[in-house]
Design a protein around this ligand. Structure first.
Ligand SMILES: Nc1ncnc2c1ncn2[C@@H]1O[C@H](COP(=O)(O)OP(=O)(O)OP(=O)(O)O)[C@@H](O)[C@H]1O
Length: 265
């Protein structure tokens, strides 16, 4: 595996009872900010949970930061180098933001002497410094989300996994958050699952598009926009171009299956 490859999965299958959420997926991710896109139920959360080592694959290989994530011993070591923001996360409501983020730093085995500074840095990066001593239960939904992002980056992870991080943020916070993503992407491999095309247009260097548990497209954001072609309605904004690229890539991916069905008729 190339040393700059943070994620290498092959033949990854995840089943939830009878549902096949990921279907023999092959995917390699190196440095940068990767937008993980796909329709509802495509398998994005299932993939992020496997990469975060909180869910086990049904089958397939998963290498994270050069370690075999299916081996118990290697998985424990790799967890210290990961950051993960789940779609929904629990916390003790009576904890302050500082205590919540410090608790995760402790879980990630950040050396005790470095924890206070690491916590303050992470909280500052998400723009929550003025609420650092507020209790979690007194925060708004968007602030809780930002505290969640702070806990994900407190250990300066080499691989950062964010599941719908902009959900609940207001427009100004989203703009700030995208700038933070771009900054984090210069140091780490960042994987962001999102439904917001604006997030991709503004912050992602690369895109992985998943549909029905398979990889429908992988390339740079610029390559995706080229797939979308010229605008028919004169709207040439980047967001619109990414949306057209997304739709074109999905249709191209679906076409062989549709053609095969028609040939059988
Ligand atoms: N715990 C579960 N039990 C049963 N089925 C599940 C479970 N979790 C996910 N699934 C199913 O697996 C498939 C993939 O779900 P997943 O949550 O990974 O998709 P997603 O791309 O994140 O969707 P969304 O964009 O709606 O968040 C879906 O068909 C979903 O219904």
């Amino acid at each position: 595996m190339n040393p700059s490859t943070a994620v290498a999965v092959s033949g990854l299958t995840v089943r939830h009872r009878r549902t096949v959420a990921l279907d023999r997926l092959d995917l390699t991710l190196g440095p940068g900010v990767h937008g993980l896109l796909g329709p509802n139920g495509a398998g994005k959360t299932s993939l992020i949970r496997v990469l975060a080592t909180v869910a086990a694959p049904s089958s397939g290989r998963v290498e994270l930061l050069g370690a075999d994530a299916t081996s118990h011993r290697e998985r424990t070591a790799v967890r210290r180098r990961l950051g993960y923001l789940p779609q929904e996360f629990g916390y003790y409501p009576a904890f302050t933001v500082r205590e919540f983020v410090a608790y995760v730093a402790w879980l990630k085995e950040v050396p005790a002497g470095r924890v206070p500074e690491a916590v303050e840095r992470a909280v500052r990066q998400v723009g929550l410094a003025d609420r650092i001593d507020a209790r979690m239960k007194t925060l708004s939904g968007g602030m809780v989300r930002r505290a969640g992002i702070a806990q994900a980056i407190v250990n300066e992870p080499e691989l950062l996994l964010l599941d719908e991080p902009t959900a609940g943020l207001d427009p100004e916070q989203r703009v700030d958050f995208r700038a933070l993503l771009r900054e984090l992407g210069t140091e780490a491999t960042v994987v962001v699952s999102t439904h917001l095309v604006e997030d991709v247009a503004a912050a992602c260097t690369d895109v992985a598009l998943i549909e029905s548990g398979r990889l429908a497209f992988q390339g740079t954001t610029a390559e995706l926009t080229v797939l979308g072609g010229e605008s028919a309605d004169g709207d040439d904004s980047t967001t619109h171009a990414v949306e057209r690229g997304y739709t074109a890539a999905l249709r191209a991916h679906r076409a062989p299956a549709r053609d095969a069905k028609e040939a059988l008729r």
